[in-house]
Design a protein around this ligand. Structure first.
Ligand SMILES: Cc1ncc(COP(=O)(O)O)c(C=O)c1O
Length: 446
C-alpha cells in the first residue's frame, strides 16, 4: 500500500539544498524517499505536506503528553508573550513552576534549561562538584543527549563491537569527540548487579555519579529489574556516589513524580525535559537540597541566556498544572494498556514471535523472539528489519511510528478509546499485509 507523497518529496529535495540531509537532527532522516515533512498537528493526529493524516505515536520523540496544539497550553503561551519573552531576570511564572515542579517530583530544588542534553550536562557537573570526583558509570544503550562525555556505547552502538560483558568496550557514538574523554566513563550492561558491584568497588574513590535511564527509553523501553535499581541506590549510598536519573523521557510520563515515584526509588539528581513542556523546549535539573547547594555563583556554573524564558516557563507551568490536576496519566495508562494488549493479540493471532515491552505511556513492539530483553545486548537479538517492514506498512496506513523498534511508541491524553480502536484496525491490516493470515494447522483425519 502506498500514499501520495509528491509535495513531500519536492519539499525534501529543496530542504537538502540548504540543510544537511534535509533535517535538523540526524535521527529524523529516514532515507531520501521516506523522510517525512509535517505541516500541522492536532490532538492525536499529524498531517504531512501532502495532507496525509497520521495517528501520531512518535509525538515528537515523546514530549507531546497532552496532544498536539493543546488549546489551553497554547492559549497561555500566546497570552504571556504579549508582555515580552526574555528579561535576563527571574519572572513570577518561573517561581510558580518551580513550586509545582518540586511538589510533583519530590525534589527539593530545580534549575531550568532548554533541552534534555543541557539538563544532563548540568547534572553531571553538579555531581562532580559535589563529590570532588570525576568519573561516572553509564549503561550500554542508555542515551543522555548530545554532549561528548556521555556519547559512548549508546543506542546506536553496534552490539557485536561491545566486547566482553565483564569488560565492555566504550564505543564512540560520533566522530569529532576527543578520544581521551572515554577515560572518564565506565560502561556497564544494564540490569546486571554483579558487574555493577564489581565496578563500584573497583572505582569507589574516583566515582562521582551513576547515571541511568530508569526505563531504556531509547532502546525498546527495556524495564529495569527492581532488585537492580534498588541495589544501584544502595551502592551509591554506600560509596557516596551521586545517583542521577535521566528522566528526560520518563518524567511526568510514568507518574506525576516520574520513574522515581513509579519504581519507588529516589535519585539524588534528575534531568527532566520532554513531557514537562508538551513540545515547547524546556528542561530542568533537580535534586536533593544538599547536592543542589553546590550550584552557587562563583563555584559551580549553571546558566544560559534562555534558561527559564517566558515561553518555556509558561508552557511548562500550564502543562504541569494539567498533569497535576487532571487524570492525564491515568487516562493514558488505561488507553495505552488497551493498545498494548490489542497489538499483542494481533501479533499472536498472526503467529509472529514478539514481545510488547515497556509501560502503557511508552512501549515498544519487538519482533522475531518472544523473550523480553533485559539489556542492549539481548535487544540486538530481535529482528529490527522485520519490524522495519511492519513499520513501513503502518505508516502507509496512517499509523506514524518510528520504523526503528528502539524508539518507543508514545501515548498522549488525546489518544482516546476511538483513536485506539482505529489504530488497532489499521495495525491488524498492516500485520496481515506483512505476515499474511495465520494458516491454522489442519486436523489430521482419524
Ligand atoms: C533519555 C534521554 N536523555 C536525554 C535526551 C536528550 O534530550 P534533548 O534531545 O532534548 O537534548 C534524550 C533525547 O531523546 C533522551 O531520550
Amino acid at each position: 500500500m502506498s500514499i501520495n507523497t509528491t509535495k513531500t518529496r519536492q519539499l525534501f529535495n529543496q530542504a537538502k539544498q540548504y540543510i544537511p540531509y534535509g533535517v535538523n537532527s540526524n535521527f529524523r532522516y529516514w532515507g531520501d524517499e521516506e523522510t517525512p515533512i509535517m505541516t500541522r498537528g492536532a490532538g492525536a493526529y499529524v498531517w504531512d505536506a501532502d495532507d496525509n493524516r497520521f495517528i501520531d505515536y512518535r509525538l515528537g520523540f515523546g514530549p507531546i503528553i497532552l496532544g498536539h496544539a493543546h488549546p489551553e497550553v497554547n492559549r497561555r503561551v500566546a497570552a504571556a508573550i504579549q508582555n515580552g519573552v526574555l528579561f535576563a531576570a527571574t519572572t513570577p511564572i518561573e517561581i510558580e513552576l518551580a513550586e509545582r515542579f518540586t511538589r510533583m517530583t519530590g525534589m527539593d530544588k530545580v534549575r531550568l534549561s532548554n533541552t534534555g542534553t543541557e539538563a544532563n550536562m548540568h547534572a553531571l557537573r553538579i555531581a562532580r562538584a559535589y563529590t570532588g570526583r570525576e568519573k561516572f558509570i553509564k549503561f550500554e544503550g542508555n542515551y543522555h543527549g548530545n554532549f561528548d562525555y556521555v556519547m559512548f556505547s549508546g543506542p546506536t552502538a553496534k552490539a557485536e563491537l561491545l566486547g566482553p560483558r565483564s569488560h565492555p568496550h566504550r564505543l564512540r557514538a560520533t566522530e569529532g569527540m576527543p578520544v581521551a574523554i572515554r577515560n572518564y566513563m565506565i560502561s556497564l550492561p544494564y540490569n546486571d548487579i554483579d558487574l555493577l558491584e564489581r565496578a563500584m568497588v573497583e572505582h569507589s574513590d574516583e566515582l562521582a555519579a551513576v547515571v541511568l535511564e530508569p526505563i531504556m527509553g531509547n532502546v525498546a523501553c527495556i524495564l529495569p529489574d527492581l532488585a537492580w535499581l534498588r541495589r544501584v541506590r544502595q551502592l551509591c549510598d554506600e560509596f557516596g556516589v551521586v545517583l542521577i536519573f535521566d528522566e528526560v523521557k520518563t518524567g511526568f510520563r510514568l507518574a506525576k513524580g516520574g520513574a522515581q515515584e513509579y519504581f519507588g526509588v529516589k535519585a539524588d539528581l534528575a534531568a527532566y525535559a520532554k513531557a514537562m513542556g508538551n513540545g515547547f523546549p524546556v528542561s530542568a535539573v533537580a535534586g536533593r537540597e544538599e547536592v543542589m547547594a553546590v550550584v552557587e555563583p562563583g563555584r559551580v556554573a549553571h546558566g544560559g541566556t534562555y534558561c527559564g524564558n517566558v515561553v518555556a516557563a509558561t508552557a511548562a507551568a500550564a502543562t504541569l498544572e494539567i498533569i497535576e490536576t487532571q487524570p492525564v496519566i491515568e487516562t493514558i495508562f488505561a488507553n495505552g494498556r488497551q493498545l498494548m494488549a490489542g497489538i499483542d493479540a494481533i501479533l499472536s493471532r498472526a503467529g509472529v514471535p514478539h514481545v510488547v515491552t515497556g509501560v502503557p505511556s511508552m512501549f515498544s513492539v519487538l519482533l522475531g523472539k518472544d523473550e523480553p530483553p533485559t539489556d542492549y545486548r539481548s535487544y540486538s537479538e530481535f529482528d529490527a528489519e522485520m519490524f522495519g517492514r511492519l513499520g513501513a506498512e503502518l505508516i502507509h496506513r496512517g499509523i506514524l511510528v518510528d520504523d526503528d523498534p528502539r524508539e518507543p511508541w508514545f501515548m498522549s491524553a488525546s489518544h482516546d478509546a476511538a483513536v485506539i480502536d482505529e489504530s488497532l484496525n489499521l495495525i491488524e491490516d498492516a500485520v496481515t499485509a506483512v505476515f499474511g493470515r495465520r494458516v491454522r494447522p489442519q486436523r489430521l483425519a482419524a
